[in-house]
Design a binder for this molecule. Sequence first.
Ligand code: SF4
Length: 323
Amino acid sequence: MSAAPVLSVEDLAVHFATPKGPARAVDGVTFALEPGQRLGLVGESGSGKSTTVLALMRMIRPPGRIARGHVRLGDVDMLAASPSEVRQSRFSRIALVPQGAMNALNPVLSVAAQIDDLLLAHGSAEAKTARRARIDALLDGVGLKAETGDLFPHQLSGGMKQRVCIAMAVALSPSVILADEPTSALDVIVQKQVLRTLIGVQKRLGAGVILIGHDMALMAQFAHVVGVMYAGQLVEIGPTKALFADPRHPYTRMLIASLPSFERRFTFRGIPGLPPSLVDRPEGCPFHPRCPRADARCRVETPAEQTLADGRRVRCHYATEVG
Ligand code: SF4
């Protein structure tokens, strides 16, 4: 039997007002995250991954708004909670490791001062020396020496900054960690080290993690469950192994086929075409203009989500088709 989810998201929708009408950036996303589970959300730019994560933190700003849905974080209904409950939940229940560590850190405060501010803002009653010991332990937990606390952001490498962001994200032991492309600006070796650090702290806390990215190879290594987003919708979600071994949505198939392999090392297979406009989505299946399997039905009938025998959920009329 699986554990009670630390996070459950149901029919989440985020719209942005535009002169041409609402842009449906997130459109009916549903998933659950168990304690200790690592979920990877993949998709092209503009597919709704980052907006989903911001909505979970209640950080959507106008002209955006959460149009419908439910987000439950343990026993807290995040979409109905008061602004002060939401503020308290950030870091203590749900925390974000941001995409650009450079911009996330305050350039005029030392690392220790920034973590200390966070502890104080969340009501730490410990004495200064006890808080500093806690900060040193947090830094140690992400592979940084205690002296790093005395440095300023400009004195840190990209990888060190990202580790500081992880230390801050886990400072109050959240049950859910959101990581929005945390390694995108780093070289491959540092990327791996940062991901290992993230996995290490996640395991220690027993937290659930959502990793946002577009790198399927990275997801294959990191995630227990992978969700593929297209045009604001989760078009396929399921256990990583099953999804990679037998992708059921044509878009997932194309994402996996576009991965470089030893046999195809000199031929790059991209996905032809562009994602659709979120204001004026094509009728029928939003993927049909790019889909090699599309037929007349796909151009007029929007596919409902199907649950397959292995628990995978797919939005494609032909998800159970062999081949
Ligand atoms: Fe392709 Fe049709 Fe499936 Fe959409 S419903 S992914 S167009 S086969």
